[in-house]
Design a protein around this ligand. Sequence first.
Ligand code: SF4
Length: 378
Amino acid sequence: MPFSQTFDAELINAAVGRLPYYDAPDVRAAARAPGLTLQGAAPLFSPAAAGMLEELAQQAHDLTVARFGKTIALYAPLYLSNECVCTCTYCGFSLGLDIKRRTLRIDEVIREARALRSQSLRNILIVSAEHPKFVSAPYLAQCVREVKSVAQYVGLEVAAAGSDEYSDYAAAGCDGVVLYQETYHPQTYAEHHLGGPKKKYHWRLDAPERAAGAGIKHLGIAALLGLADWRFEALSLVSHLRYLERHCWKSQINISFPRINQAEGGYKPIHPVSDAELVQLICAFRIAAPSAGIVLSTRESAQLRDRLVALGVTHMSAGSRTEPGGYSEPGSAGEQFHLEDQRSVERVAQRLRELGYDPVFKDWENMQFQATTLAAIK
Ligand code: SF4
C-alpha cells in the first residue's frame, strides 16, 4: 500500500494536540529509546523538549559522531531551468512572475558542472522548475548522463515523476532523488499550489517510493518550513521516514529542514520557524532516526550553519546559486530564492576544518564504504 493511503492527517493532528502534555521525564524516556513511531518520537518535538535543548543537543552530537564521524559531505545545486507551468505561492519561479526565464542547453549544463568540479565538488544536485516542454524526461536523463561524466554523485530535484521516468533517470546514472512534499497538511498544500501538475498532493507524496522502486539509491524528503505548523510537519515526516525505511530499505534516506527564504513574489511565511525550533527539529530527528542523513542548505546564514554543524548534520551545500547558469554566467536568469550563506566552497570547507570536521567532496556512501573496507583490512 503506498504511503498516501496510510498517511492520516487527522492522526497527526491528534498527536500534535497531545504534545503540550508531555513533561521532562517523557522527553528523557523518548530520548533513551525513541523509536521511529509517532508515540515513540513525539515527546522530542514537544514544548517540554524545547526547554531541554542543551541535553538533546549533546545526545544528538554524540549519536552523529558515533554513526558518521566528524565529516560533512559537500554538494551544490545545478539549476537547469526556471521556466515553470506551476503556480506555487512561495516560489520565485512561479508562473506569471516577471523574471528572466531560461533553460540551459546541454552544453551549458556541462559548463556549469565543470564550473562546480573546478571548485572540487563531485556531488551535484540537478534542480529544475516544472515545464513538460522545456524540461522533459529525456532532457533530464541526458543532463544526468552528462553531469555524471563530470561528477561522482548526481541527484535530481525536479518534478515528481512516474516509475518509467525514474527508471530512465537511474539508467542514466542518477544516484538520488530529492522531493520535498513542501507541506504534508493537505488543506495547506491546496492553498499554496494553485495551478500546474504540482497540485497533485498524493502523486507527489508517493514519488519517493516510486523512485526507490525504480532503483534510486538515495532519497531526500522534507517539508518547506513556514507553510504549516512545524510540529505537524515534523510528525508527518516521522511517519514518512518510518514508511520509507520499512518499504524502501535498499535506499539511504536523507531529511532536511528548509525554511522559507525571501523570493520574488514576496511570500511571507504564515508559520515562521525560529532558530531554536530548527535546533529542536535537528536534534529530535537525529535522536529518533540515528541513521538518517541530515542535509543543511545555504538557505541558512553562515553563522547559524557553523553552529548547527555539530548537532547532527551530515550534508551541506556550499557556494550555491539558485538560478540556471548561475556558476558560469551569474545573474543571467532569475533566482528561485535568496541564499543567506554566500561563502565560497573553499571558505565553507576551511571553516569546517576549523570546527574540527572533514569536508568530504565525494559521495558519503562511498566514504562509509572506504572506512569499512579500511577497518576490515586492518
Ligand atoms: S516550487 Fe517548483 S513547481 Fe512550484 S513554482 Fe517553484 S519551481 Fe515551479
